[in-house]
Design a protein around this ligand. Sequence first.
Ligand SMILES: Nc1ncnc2c1ncn2[C@@H]1O[C@H](COP(=O)(O)OP(=O)(O)O)[C@@H](O)[C@H]1O
Ligand SMILES: [Mg+2]
Length: 222
Amino acid sequence: MIIKASHIDKYFDQPERHQVLHGVSLEIAQGELVSIYGESGSGKSTLLYILSTLDTDFGGKLWIKDQNIKDVSAGDLTNFRNQHIGFVYQFHYLLPEFDVLQNIMLPAMKMGVKTKEQIKEDALLLLQEVGMQDFAKRPSYQLSGGQQQRVAIARALINNPDLIVADEPTGNLDQKNTEMVFDLLKKITEEKGKTVIMATHNSKIYQNSHRAIEMIDGSVRL
Ligand SMILES: Nc1ncnc2c1ncn2[C@@H]1O[C@H](COP(=O)(O)OP(=O)(O)O)[C@@H](O)[C@H]1O
Ligand SMILES: [Mg+2]
């Protein structure tokens, strides 16, 4: 199992203390494409934050790649995340003044492990995989929403993470681009053995995932 979550509880203190996740347990295997669906406010984003180690203030236990996340110091957790987890959001967060290639290279440049030449080579390969090889030198603000999201997926893959966490990655796209982005996410699980966990409202997407998990009022229905 790449993810094992056991009885996760989450409380927020604002505006007053209230419980948002209620004993969420789930296991996700390497290579799975798992969708989490459910009404707005049911706790999908909150859960994804925890599963991607961005929020460690929760009750219960979480293992990612057999690492108990609560045992990892904050500094080591940043390294762990950079190495093992890629992110895709509803709004891509590409840097508009940078070109497509630079945007993809950025998380690897920050890591500082590979040479710039190596990173560039990897980024060009990823651009090809997402079908955006002709746009390497374009500033990202010139791309359509669907193109930006394909670039965001390439960026999420640049450090070769095992796990991709995507929060409503198609929430802002039309049907055609939604299918293109979904097919791409599916391809990286089936051809590269990556694990993808994503939140979505789109029934076509969750019905075509390997597994769909429904969230209702902060609980998962199994
Ligand atoms: N930072 C926060 N402070 C207080 N409440 C929050 C915070 N973030 C989310 N919530 C609440 O937690 C619940 C779940 O939100 P969220 O995880 O964003 O749901 P979803 O992604 O399914 O729409 C909502 O009631 C929301 O208002
Ligand atoms: Mg959300």
